[in-house]
Design a protein around this ligand. Structure first.
Ligand code: UD1
Ligand code: CA
Length: 425
């Protein structure tokens, strides 16, 4: 696999009106940039992310989450062509393909990118640009073709003549290039245009002038190049992403009772015959087995692994926990940083107290097979309950408990006879 990717992410994202860099805004707990990087992770062995605004934050994010992605600084931001040129020093003797993408276009799929690259190879292309047909092409670069339909150039909205503005074929902003042949273009681009920027799009004309093979691949589903520029766009993209996921799950044998009120992240896997009840919100990375019942009103916050035949009921929040088969947590619970065995029953209102707000330390709760927790119990972590332990309702468990024991913290019940009757005497 000799493919590398360059992801443009230096722009400001003014319309987000945010202190967070645009590409670090999230859809279902995953950043926009994360989606793009995950889409290329099976395609490119290395990615260069061009950063500028809030560069340190994006660089830190990459360092912590994407080891084969490198942040490359572009400062000042002189246009998309200038952005790509910043990766040149890292690709000096590179002979393979380079895929160029934008960090704010999370809906593009791995499948489409693979088809795009396949097209590039089949056409024996040196440079392939992704195009799309839009009823309203405003603000996009227009694909201008010769009389014989071959590519001529891309013209930006601000530089376009009225006839060019009428063209409905637009530049999606995704490119595949034979690096050795096309990269010389990057120190020959000029900023002689309406925006005074170095346009990446000028490589089309450059390629033509240099007698290289330049082609366009037309996207089938326009949704995939939806770019995020505002909070409204973010919400729209979340809806599209969610719908796509729910359809995929249903096609694979998962029942979604009410797709309109159910939110499931791209990185949540669910086994067949599992039923997801309404108003369930599953964000981050999760894995759910077969024949489970989740919700209504369940919330998974990521890092959750649930085996088969598990029931997670209403108002149960689960985070970073492993729950083994045939276990139930039916109502009103918080389960965090826990490992829970098979055939465990978690009574209504049970809380794992996993976080010490003074030391800021998070600790683990371990419940072995067949443990039964009575309602309204608090399990103060770190704590481990061996097999068959029973916890009485209302107990606060602060120590490990041995196998087969009943653990109970409860002041004895007092019954004062005729208390009400005697009140008035
Ligand atoms: C660009 C294309 C346009 C295309 C559209 C698709 C150019 C000149 N135009 O326009 O033909 O239809 O994308 O969405 O390429 N960026 C940098 N450094 C810069 C400038 C931009 O990293 O100096 C990044 C931005 O963060 C963004 C991407 O490049 O992720 C695209 O930039 P943007 O300003 O949105 O390009 P458009 O004007 O929309
Ligand atoms: Ca722009």
């Amino acid at each position: 696999m000799d493919i590398k990717s360059i992801i443009l992410a230096a722009g400001k994202g003014t319309r987000m009106k945010s202190n967070t860099p645009k590409v670090l805004h999230k859809i279902m707990d995953k950043t926009l940039l994360g989606y793009v990087l995950d889409n290329v992770k099976n395609i490119a062995d290395e990615s260069f992310v061009i950063v500028g605004h809030h560069a340190e934050e994006v660089e830190k994010f990459l360092g912590e989450n994407y080891k084969n992605a490198k942040a490359v600084l572009q400062s000042p931001q002189l246009g998309t062509g200038d952005a790509v040129s910043k990766a040149c020093p890292f690709l000096k003797d590179y002979k393979g393909l380079v895929l160029i993408l934008c960090g704010d276009t999370p809906l593009i799929t791995e499948k489409t990118l693979k088809e795009f690259i396949e097209f590039h190879k089949m056409q024996k292309s040196d440079l392939t640009v992704m195009s799309a047909i839009f009823d309203n092409p405003t603000n996009y670069g227009r694909i201008i073709r010769e009389k014989d339909d071959s590519l001529k150039c891309i013209v930006e909205e601000k530089d376009a003549t009225p006839e060019q503005k009428a063209v409905k074929e637009i530049n999606a902003g995704i490119y595949c290039l034979d690096w050795a042949k096309i990269s010389p273009a990057f120190n020959q681009l000029t900023s002689n245009n309406a925006q005074g920027e170095y346009y990446l799009t000028d490589i089309i004309e450059w390629g033509k002038k240099n007698k290289l093979s330049v082609n366009a691949y037309t996207l089938k589903n326009n949704e995939e190049i939806f770019g995020i520029n505002s909070r409204l766009h973010l919400a729209e993209a979340t809806k599209i992403m969610n719908k796509r996921k729910l359809v995929e799950l249903m096609e694979n044998g998962v029942t979604i009772v009410d797709p309109d009120s159910t939110w499931i992240s791209e990185d949540t896997e669910i086994g067949k015959d599992t039923i997801i009840y309404p108003s369930t919100y599953l964000e981050g990375k999760n894995k759910i087995g077969e024949n489970c019942k989740i919700g209504p009103f369940a919330h998974f916050r990521g890092g959750v692994e649930v085996a088969d035949n598990v029931k997670i009921g209403n108002f149960v929040e689960v985070k970073k926990s492993k729950i083994n088969s045939n276990t139930n947590a039916g109502h009103l619970s918080y389960i965090g940083d826990s490992e829970i065995g098979e055939h465990v029953n978690i009574g209504a209102g049970t809380i794992t107290a996993n976080y010490n707000p003074i030391t800021k330390v998070k600790s683990k709760t371990i419940l072995h097979d067949n443990v039964k927790i009575g309602s309204n119990a608090v399990l103060v972590a770190p704590v481990e309950l061996q097999e068959w332990v029973n916890v009485g309702a209302g107990s606060v468990i602060t120590k490990n408990v041995e196998k087969n024991s009943l653990a109970l913290t409860r002041s004895p019940l007092r019954v004062i006879k005729d208390w009400v009757k005697n009140l008035n005497n």
